[in-house]
Design a protein around this ligand. Structure first.
Ligand code: HEM
Length: 404
């Protein structure tokens, strides 16, 4: 049987832009009930867990991150067009080599070494608001939480965390859907970060320390060479991929628990539920709801031909509620043993490199918060970031809780 051209198929239309989070999930569910594939404004979208996984594991589909400048209408002559590649957008042997080299720095064991720092940072943040019985959870807890941890991972002094925070905020503008206006901020932040990291690398060449950059330099000395530029790209990718994601995911988790006070109380009583609480909240309300690929060649998948260049989004949020996979997908229950892995860290060659670190950050923060903020409830409306944001969550989350 010859594959049918995707453009010729009769498909449901899926447009989640501008929809509230529950409306977006309902739209995905409607589309999924009609067909495994949907037509979107950008191209196509898969919404079932098996298709999402298959597309992300299929090496003929490449990350669409490299297409962002072009999709935003930027001329190829701009710096953004020429910028060096990021691990997030690389493919093939070059990508596999980098993943292999840096994997030892991102194991659960190396994440565990940072757990005392995580506990100290979150305890300090809670101390600052605990006496008030209320806070703006996003700016008071989520925003400052991940940066000192990434600073420690990289080996930057804690007093520089504000610099890193500013660079991260500006570099993240890349995902906000207004690349043409945001480009000057993005480029300036990326250049400053590169200069800072290059200095750090020079210092560590002279005097190694127990941190990520020294580990990367040690790798270089064992034969396979990581250039200074590659190391600095990895530091930038770690900062970029490792801060806003964690912030937003923590805010998503807490917004969700504020709607489920019984589960919050349970987590306070049984902190050993933390790993399951993290997986269940990431399944139910993930900060990364989709990731985008394009066909790098003509690809036949499930008897459908995707011509070279076709954009295919993979709806991680849809996969996380696929009724063919999950029992009671719309129930949030941190006590339930779920047999399938949640999809918010992606899949395939770009599967989140910082998953162990992110899991540790959330597993440390959530039970501490539950214990120190009993009776958590919303203290006003939650404002959600626009649906166009690739890394998404509450923009404002006012909460109140019992003073202890
Ligand atoms: C809860 C927090 C996080 C979430 C939800 C998350 C989610 C993701 C997802 C979905 C991808 C795959 C993107 C794609 O397929 O296009 C990814 C990749 C990546 N993540 Fe995370 N992430 C989180 C935290 C972190 C942290 C803490 C770090 C680093 C310290 C990190 C580093 C990376 C890197 C370097 C990649 C690129 C891997 C590659 O392309 O090979 N992430 N993340």
């Amino acid at each position: 049987m010859t594959a049918q051209l995707v453009h010729d198929l009769e498909l449901p239309t899926l447009n989640t832009i501008g929809l509230e989070r529950l409306e977006a999930l309902a739209a995905i569910e409607d589309a999924r009930s009609e067909h495994w594939l949907a037509r979107t404004e950008m191209g196509y979208c898969v919404t079932r867990l098996d298709d999402v996984t298959a597309i992300l594991r299929d090496k003929r589909f490449h990350s669409a991150l490299s297409l962002l400048p072009q999709m935003a209408g930027l001329p190829e002559t701009t710096d953004a067009g020429r910028r060096r590649q990021s691990i997030l957008s690389m493919e093939g042997d070059g990508h596999a080599r980098l993943r292999r080299l840096v994997a030892p720095a991102f194991t659960p064991a190396s994440a565990n070494r940072l757990r005392p720092t995580m506990r100290a940072v979150v305890t300090d943040l809670i101390d600052q608001v605990a006496g008030d019985g209320e806070c703006e959870f996003v700016s008071d807890i989520c925003e400052p939480y991940p940066i000192p941890i990434i600073c420690e991972l990289l080996g930057a002094p804690p007093e520089d965390w504000k610099l890193f925070s500013g660079w991260a905020t500006d570099i993240f503008r890349i995902f906000n859907g207004a690349l043409v206006e945001d480009l000057p901020f993005i480029e300036r932040a990326a250049d400053e970060l590169t200069a800072y990291v290059s200095d750090m690398i020079a210092e560590r060449r002279a005097e190694p320390r127990p941190d990520l950059l020294s580990d990367l330099i040690a790798i270089e000395e064992e034969g396979d060479r990581l250039s200074t530029e590659e190391m600095s790209m990895l530091a930038e990718a770690t900062l970029m991929a490792g801060t806003d994601t964690t912030r937003n995911q923590l805010a998503c988790c807490v917004a969700l628990f504020a709607e489920h006070p019984d589960q919050w109380a349970l987590l306070a009583e049984q902190p050993e539920l933390a790993p399951r609480a993290v997986e269940e909240s990431m399944r139910y309300l993930g900060a990364v709801r989709a990731t985008v690929r394009f066909a790098s060649e003509d690809v036949a998948y499930r008897d459908v031909l995707f011509p070279q260049g076709t954009i295919v989004s993979t709806a991680l949020a849809g996969a996380n509620r696929d009724p063919d996979v999950w029992e009671h997908p719309n129930e949030f229950d941190i006590t339930q043993e779920r047999g399938t892995a949640q999809m918010t860290f992606g899949a395939g060659i770009h599967f989140c490199m910082g998953a162990a670190l992110a899991r540790a950050e959330l597993q440390e923060a959530l039970p501490l918060l539950a214990r120190r903020m009993p009776g958590l409830a919303r203290n006003g409306d939650v404002t959600w970031k626009p649906a166009t944001f690739g890394i998404w969550g509450p923009a404002h989350l006012p909460v109140r809780f019992d003073k202890v």
